[in-house]
Design a protein around this ligand. Structure first.
Ligand SMILES: NC(=O)c1ccc[n+]([C@@H]2O[C@H](COP(=O)([O-])OP(=O)(O)OC[C@H]3O[C@@H](n4cnc5c(N)ncnc54)[C@H](OP(=O)(O)O)[C@@H]3O)[C@@H](O)[C@H]2O)c1
Length: 269
């Protein structure tokens, strides 16, 4: 699978495979057998980056439990999400305990109380408990806040929504991320399954076979990753076979504009 730098501004940042995995809803479960099968399928197919948050119920804990002996080969991106400073400390301590005392990318979730969280994540980085500093928002109306954090030059990566129906980031955030050398994690590559409700037919997808794309999910993943400023897409699934299908999108070839436009039309965008 193709790999890209988690944070291009750091010459020594790790390279991560372009397909990662989200955990919102899908790993909020006590079923460690199924969760283990989903995470193992992703790892076996070459995925290494897993994104979570204290907002996702049991997902952070479940991810930590099922990574187990494979933790060393994983890149964990989690978040801190609260406007309460005491609760934030509790969230950070819990996250560190789930992942062996170290988090590769700690992100400010939805920019909640971001100046304070940014300072705290930098302290954790300086203490060696976190490697990279990130920030996320899912809502275009709040991208100004994300942009304000980006221009401080204190972030290493951002996480934004990007799919054929959500392209606001192309206006300002992606050009700015390129200028600043930030890693870009793509959330909501399927618009949280909205784009999966009426998938195109095999005949409609046939022109994409030349790029190594077999399925609609793979088309949508490569659509986002074919933007030159993106780093890794983090689709979530509760099904091992879909984890494999999604990871295999990372072996496809980048799309040209003509075929990206085709996918946008098929997505009804
Ligand atoms: N503010 C933030 O920081 C923020 C906001 C949103 C998301 N995120 C992150 O981004 C991740 C991804 O976003 P998301 O979970 O909202 O949405 P998503 O990845 O766009 O879509 C997930 C949905 O797609 C379905 N799906 C996955 N693979 C499929 C396939 N191959 N074929 C058909 N359906 C498939 C899943 O259902 P099944 O389980 O049935 O497969 C699930 O319902 C989250 O898990 C989270 O880690 C962050």
């Amino acid at each position: 699978m193709e790999t890209r730098s988690l944070s291009p501004k750091h010459a020594d940042a790790p390279m991560v495979p372009i397909i990662g995995m989200g955990t919102s809803k899908t790993l909020d479960t006590d079923d460690l057998v199924l969760a283990g099968d989903v995470v193992s399928a992703a790892l076996d197919a070459g995925t290494t980056l897993f994104d979570s948050s204290p907002m996702y119920g049991k997902a952070e804990r479940t991810l930590g439990a099922v990574l187990e002996s494979r933790r060393a080969g994983a890149v964990v991106a989690t978040k801190v999400w609260t406007d309460d400073d005491v609760v934030a400390e509790r969230q950070i301590a819990a996250s560190l305990s789930f992942y062996g005392g170290h988090i590769e990318l700690l992100q400010i979730h939805n920019m909640v109380r971001w100046p304070e969280r940014l300072r705290r994540i930098e302290e954790l980085r300086d203490a060696g408990q976190v490697t990279f500093v990130g920030a996320t928002h899912w809502k275009a109306a709040n991208f100004d806040e994300l942009e304000a954090a980006m221009v401080t030059r204190r972030l290493d990566a951002i996480q934004i929504p990007y799919n054929p129906r959500e392209r606001e980031v192309e206006k300002r955030l992606l050009p700015l991320a390129a200028e600043l050398g930030l890693g870009v994690l793509i959330m909501r590559p399927f618009a949280a399954a909205d784009l999966m409700r009426n998938p195109p037919t095999a005949a409609e997808l046939a022109p994409l076979e030349a790029f190594g794309i077999q399925t609609w999910s793979q088309a949508l993943l490569q659509w986002g990753l074919s933007h030159p400023t993106t780093t890794v897409s983090i689709p979530a699934t509760s099904k091992p076979s879909r984890a494999t299908e999604n990871a295999n999108a990372g072996d496809a070839m980048p799309l040209d504009d003509e075929h990206r436009d085709l996918i946008s039309r098929l997505a009804g965008a």
